[in-house]
Design a protein around this ligand. Structure first.
Ligand SMILES: [Zn+2]
Ligand SMILES: [Zn+2]
Length: 338
């Protein structure tokens, strides 16, 4: 096998800025595709992983898991995909294929989840990546590459719970934080006919939140407005990546309401309301292959589009800094030079 050297961007140790990093692209397994990466979105999870927040990062670490590119090589067992196809890849790049969850078609819960990350061994801040073809998705022609990139992580992360909990007649939902995930959650929730209230710490986001499809907008530290929403929401979806003051928000949930987390905040809750109001706390993690395919079709059919800033891959550190400082409007996608 001839080796293929590529130059991506890696953190050499915990919390470090990324540096150019040359490595040997992994060998192609029989179920793998090699992808020539054109676009990769920047997700807050990349920052958490660089900081080893999850305790699973190995260094040097090449982040990036909102990938779009063209297939440049296919393994012997790959079917339904060929060299030249445009594909999108999200956080999960493979799965064990043997555990109870993989066998059920819910690979996102694979027992071997740490090894199934797209960034194992190297992620998408690079010109090339290798993943299992069953975790790559042919991008519908009508969806631009930068849009598809963002849908593969931010999109599926919010679509999965919104679709799972959607009922008729539609429910009232509060979406906490209008950022990379939140601005897409508003669009999906509106299209799924929820009555949507966007809750943000930034008053200047009101106009855009309403344009994304929110029916109402509330500033998260406006205690008087939150008080008026007591027992108002069937669901709260928290898309924030930073610190959240939970107590006043939980009071906006109806009794027996459900509080859904898709980010990775530390939770500090007073259990009194949780118990007395019989609230549920639910997590939601990416989505299955089936849900991912459904999400692409849904986004295409309803014209759901992330708001995107394009930056060259060489400015990856600047992009990460903008995300950390909550300045991205609303998602940054890095583009490799041709
Ligand atoms: Zn992500
Ligand atoms: Zn598995």
């Amino acid at each position: 096998m001839s080796s293929l050297n590529v130059q991506g961007y890696a953190a050499k140790s915990v919390g470090q800025s990324l540096e150019p990093f040359t490595y040997e692209s992994p060998e192609l397994g029989e179920n793998d595709v090699r992808v020539s990466i054109s676009h990769c979105g920047v997700c807050h999870t990349d920052i958490h992983a660089i900081d080893d927040y999850y305790g699973i990062t190995t260094f040097p670490f090449v982040p990036g898991h909102e990938i779009v590119g063209y297939i440049s090589a296919v393994g012997e067992a790959v079917s339904g995909m060929k060299v030249g196809d445009r594909v999108a890849i999200g956080w999960q790049g493979r799965s064990c294929g043997k555990c109870e969850w993989c066998l059920k078609g819910e690979e996102q819960f694979c027992i071997d989840i740490v090894q199934s990350g797209t960034w194992v061994p190297y992620g998408g801040f690079s010109p090339s990546g290798v993943v299992d073809y069953r975790r790559a998705y042919i991008v519908p022609d009508a969806i631009p590459s930068e849009v598809a990139a963002v849908l593969t992580c931010a999109g599926i992360t919010v679509y999965n719970p919104l679709q799972l909990y959607s009922t008729r007649p539609a429910q009232k939902i509060g979406i906490i934080s209008v950022g990379g995930l939140g601005h897409l959650a508003i669009q999906f929730a509106h299209t799924l006919e929820y009555e949507v209230t966007a809750i943000s710490s930034s008053p200047e986001k009101e106009k855009q939140a309403l344009a994304f499809g929110a029916d109402h907008f509330v500033v998260s530290d406006d205690q008087a407005s939150l008080n008026q929403l007591e027992f108002n929401f069937d669901l709260l979806l928290c898309t924030a990546s930073g610190k959240v003051n939970w107590e006043p928000l939980l009071n906006t949930l109806k009794k027996k309401g459900i509080f859904i987390l898709v980010g990775f905040q530390d939770l500090e809750l007073n259990s009194t309301d949780l118990v007395a109001h019989q609230l549920s706390i639910a997590g939601s993690f990416i989505g299955s292959r089936t849900t991912m395919q459904e999400m692409f079709l849904f986004a295409q059919a309803h014209g759901i589009k992330p708001a995107i800033e394009i930056m060259p891959m060489s400015k990856v550190n600047e992009a990460l800094q903008r995300v950390k400082e909550n300045k991205a409007r609303y998602r940054i996608v890095l583009v490799n030079n041709k």
